[in-house]
Design a protein around this ligand. Structure first.
Ligand code: UD1
Length: 339
């Protein structure tokens, strides 16, 4: 079976490509490297011993999509490609609406032209806004607090309309909680360009001595130690969830949403302490004001994904911290050798 993966060189995309290749799928990747690197393709080959078909370019370009569908008999698509920086989306909303919406609409149009109607979409727990109770279930009310989140929710709605218009579509909306960690080989991982916005990438920069300390955004939340609580999930577990979703959409019609989380909440300081303990490094931190738009606690009820997709997360927080650090340490070692 042949799967097209848009954004297949990105953080979650590359881990999913590895899982797909190892499970025996043929994989076609399209990526424009706007937030990823070409070297990811070599790393994928080193891990799996296989090379995915690759097209460099923008998913908005229908002609390029048509070329891919003409050259390959695609059975299903996993759509990751999209901008994802919350702060930037507030500064440049039109860039986010244009890119994330147009790419999805064009992708679905071309899929339809080629009668490929099986899609797994990369959504986010951000669509739950500020949840009224916990754990978060898929049927909770949806709302967003920034343009990035709004693009995810708008795309979910566009895809629901599409299924209403044509019942042959089968679509899984995967709502990710907080993916961290990296492949156990240390060859692919999260490597954001510039100063990171998210917690684990920031901790990694501090661990490597590139930033002096972590800023902890608020210690006055109503949580066990006052810092924000999130459902951190190992990216390899998340990637496996996509394979389960592909199997599911291949055998069904309709559209549904699934939480991909562990169901466990950890605070910022839990993460810092676990990281320090397993990696034997110190992460100095300073308490700062709350970050606007942040919520106190967010964790999933992942039982629907278990029931429908037969998926659940397996890796614990210690493994997430070990694997995340292994990747950046390995990257730094490679850079030293080059110098
Ligand atoms: C953020 C996005 C969310 C997106 C997700 C992708 C915001 C408001 N939300 O979620 O839309 O889907 O990333 O992974 O940006 N923290 C610090 N110091 C830091 C960074 C974060 O204390 O330098 C804290 C935050 O206050 C929060 C926790 O760490 O309590 C996790 O933050 P982060 O990794 O940015 O994820 P989310 O805010 O959950």
């Amino acid at each position: 079976m042949k799967i097209l993966v848009t954004g297949g060189c990105g953080f979650i995309g590359s881990h999913t490509v590895v899982e797909l290749l190892e499970a025996g799928y043929e994989v076609v990747v399209i990526d424009d490297f706007s937030n990823s690197r070409r070297s990811v393709l070599d790393a994928i080959q080193e891990i799996t011993g296989k090379v995915p078909f690759f097209y460099e370019g923008d998913v908005k370009k229908k002609e390029l999509l048509r070329k891919i569908f003409r050259e390959h008999s695609i059975d299903a698509v996993i759509h990751f490609a999209g901008y994802k920086a919350v702060g930037e989306s507030v500064q440049q909303p039109l860039k986010y609406y244009e890119n994330n919406l147009e790419s999805t609409v064009h992708l679905c149009e071309v899929m339809s032209e080629f009668s490929c109607k099986k899609l797994v979409f990369s959504s986010s727990a951000t669509v739950y806004g500020s949840p009224k109770s916990l754990p978060i279930r898929e049927d909770f009310p949806l709302s967003t607090t920034n343009p990035y989140g709004t693009t995810k929710l708008m795309i979910e709605n566009i895809l629901r309309d599409l299924v209403v218009s044509d019942s042959h579509w089968s679509i899984a909306l995967l709502r990710y909680f907080n993916p961290i960690g990296c492949h156990a080989s240390g060859l692919i991982g999260e490597d954001p360009k510039g100063i990171p916005n998210n917690l684990m990438p920031y901790i990694l920069k501090v661990a490597m001595g590139e930033l002096p300390h972590l800023n902890v955004f608020g210690n006055d939340y109503d949580t066990k130690d006052g810092t924000g609580v999130r459902d951190y999930i190992h990216v390899a577990d998340l990637a496996r969830g996509h394979l389960k979703a592909i199997e599911y959409v291949m055998n069904t019609e309709g559209i549904d949403a699934y939480n991909l989380g562990t169901g466990k909440g950890y605070s910022v300081l839990d993460l810092v302490k676990t990281f320090e303990k397993v990696n034997h490094v110190s992460i100095p931190y300073e308490i700062r004001a709350r970050r606007p738009g942040d919520i106190a606690i967010c964790y999933a009820d992942p039982s629907y994904a278990k029931e429908k997709l037969g998926w659940c997360a397996e890796k614990d927080l210690e493994t997430m911290c070990l694997d995340a650090y292994r990747y950046v340490a390995k990257q730094a070692h490679k850079e030293e050798k080059v110098e």
